[in-house]
Design a protein. Structure first.
Length: 194
């Protein structure tokens, strides 16, 4: 069997044509928080890959707050890249549901940390998700990001979407995650995608 797209063989006799980019995840580093105020990736983000993925799992705060990230162009000395973003969420609980834009959680050319999820300190609650950062080493274009996370908030199952861009043509070479207040436990992994 052959699969053809726009005159190009994609699959021929069950094999993927070698010219078709297939992409794979390469684990670059793993950071674990245990009562930590921040987790900072200060190495591994360079021109090796055009796309980087951060996967966060079992993030649990010491207090009810927001889980957020920011970027750096100076190796992690400052996390203050100007960002414009949009944020919306969908939730459901006991017959109540909603899909809505969250104006209080987006940024309009702001340098603060971008919220990924809101999370309560309830013992059994955590947040999970991922953040994609595109072409961080480009010195021509702004730095686009897309994130998706899930958490339980006041017994709501909540799916959260964030996207935007860092308004800088400087290379982004470090990323920091933190709770906007208190500390947290959990794991964040950095992957190169290519």
């Amino acid at each position: 069997m052959t699969v053809v797209s726009n005159g190009t063989d994609l699959i021929n006799n069950g094999a993927l044509d070698p010219a078709v980019p297939s992409g794979k995840l390469t684990l670059l580093s793993t950071l674990t928080a245990s009562g930590s105020s921040t987790l900072s990736f200060t190495s591994g983000i360079d021109s090796t890959y055009d796309l980087y993925m951060f996967q966060y799992t079992e993030i649990h705060p010491s207090t009810t707050t927001d889980f957020a990230f920011n970027m750096s162009t100076d190796g992690g000395s400052n996390y203050n890249v100007t960002k414009t973003s949009t944020y919306f969420s969908a939730y459901h609980t006991g017959g109540t549901s909603n899909l809505g834009y969250r104006t209080t959680l987006d940024l309009a050319e702001g340098t603060g940390f971008q919220v990924l999820t809101e999370i309560q300190t309830t013992a059994t609650y955590s947040t999970e998700g991922y953040l994609f950062l595109y072409n961080p080493s480009s010195t021509t274009f702004y730095k686009h990001f897309i994130a998706r996370g899930h958490d339980i908030y006041s017994s709501y199952a909540e799916d959260r979407y964030t996207s935007g861009y860092g308004s800088t043509t400087s290379a982004v070479d470090a990323v920091q995650f933190k709770m906007l207040s208190g500390t947290f436990d959990g794991t964040i992994k950095l992957y190169g995608v290519g």
